[in-house]
Design a binder for this molecule. Structure first.
Ligand SMILES: [Zn+2]
Length: 313
């Protein structure tokens, strides 16, 4: 919880107490707008090969020492060049550029909640889908409201340790777990990302606990992305994650029963592809952010007709 004195702003730097009222300082002022392949979010089970209009405003409610977007997440919005885009203008831009979905990403949509919510509502009115890329460190009520207008999300589960969340991210674990379950219950197509950091969250026990929780609370078909760490921001005291660690992470998650485990930030052929959990058929072949082949037919495996978790059309 953040209490803000008159004339001051909160830890996120984007909410301020102006004459006794808390105001969002970045509404309608994204600092980044780009068109990305949806695979970059990463989302592997949501309209593969599609382009997604992606935006962020400055600020974040976390303080991750390894943040890869720290220039915008930890910066003051007044120090940045911001665009001006009302929700209606943003939706018009998506339509103009042929994007069928919008991603609230790069920083954390939780800090530009009102803007993300209004954009999401406008997008749905226009038949455009919404994607959240977030750490989901948020209170249940606003989160539930945002999820109602969200079609898919990639949520960071940074470690299965409250100590990690407190010491490395300035946050806490339990609200994130609650938000993951709530998103799933609301019908949001969910993928989970875990950044594997050498010496911090990469022990067999860490990985086992995390994947077991995903299996038991979100289901075995939930896509899980293990992402490679690179030294960044306030964490330049260690090397990038060894490839062997990432392979071990994948093996552990699969031995726990997860069906769709991917490796990110690293080129490894088979760990980018989607296979049928029933018959093993190659369903979506990828290379980096490109989709080379998509064999999924109406949401199902063409070989055994098994339904594949995701949004495919
Ligand atoms: Zn199959």
């Amino acid at each position: 919880m953040c209490e803000i004195a008159p004339g001051q702003s909160g830890v996120c730097r984007v909410r301020a107490n102006i004459d006794g009222k808390i105001k969002s300082l970045t509404y309608g002022s994204p600092c980044s707008i780009a068109i990305d392949p949806v695979e970059k979010k990463p989302l592997y089970h949501f309209l593969p090969g599609s382009q997604i209009l992606s935006l962020a405003t400055a600020g974040c409610n976390l303080r991750c020492k390894f943040c890869q977007n720290w220039e915008i997440s930890q910066g003051d919005p007044h120090d940045m060049q911001n665009y001006s885009a009302s929700p209606a203008e943003l939706v018009a831009l998506a339509e103009e550029r042929g994007c069928h979905s919008i991603a609230y990403t790069y920083t954390d949509p939780v800090v530009y909640y009102e803007y993300a919510l209004d954009c999401s509502k406008k997008a749905h009115e226009a038949g455009i889908r919404n994607v959240l890329v977030t750490a989901a460190y948020v209170k249940p009520e606003p989160w539930g409201e945002l999820c109602r207008f969200t079609d898919a999300a990639n949520i960071d589960l940074k470690a299965f340790s409250d100590e990690f969340y407190r010491n490395i991210c300035g946050a806490a674990l339990q609200p994130v777990l609650n938000a993951l379950v709530a998103a799933k219950d609301t019908g949001v197509m969910l993928e989970v990302t875990n950044l594997v950091i050498p010496g911090l969250n990469d022990s067999d026990a860490d990985l086992k606990n995390l994947t077991r929780w995903v299996k038991e609370n979100l289901g075995v078909e939930t896509p899980l992305h293990f992402s490679r760490f690179f030294p960044q921001y306030h964490m330049i005291d260690r090397d990038p994650t060894p490839k062997a660690t990432l392979r071990r992470s994948k093996e552990i998650a699969e031995s726990e029963g997860l069906k769709h485990v991917y490796l990110g930030n690293v080129i490894t052929k088979a760990a980018e592809n989607t296979y049928c959990p029933g018959c093993g058929e190659l369903l979506v072949e990828r290379h980096s952010y490109a989709v080379l082949r998509n064999n999924i037919k109406e949401g199902c495996c063409p070989e055994c007709d098994r339904e594949i978790y995701g949004v495919w059309r």
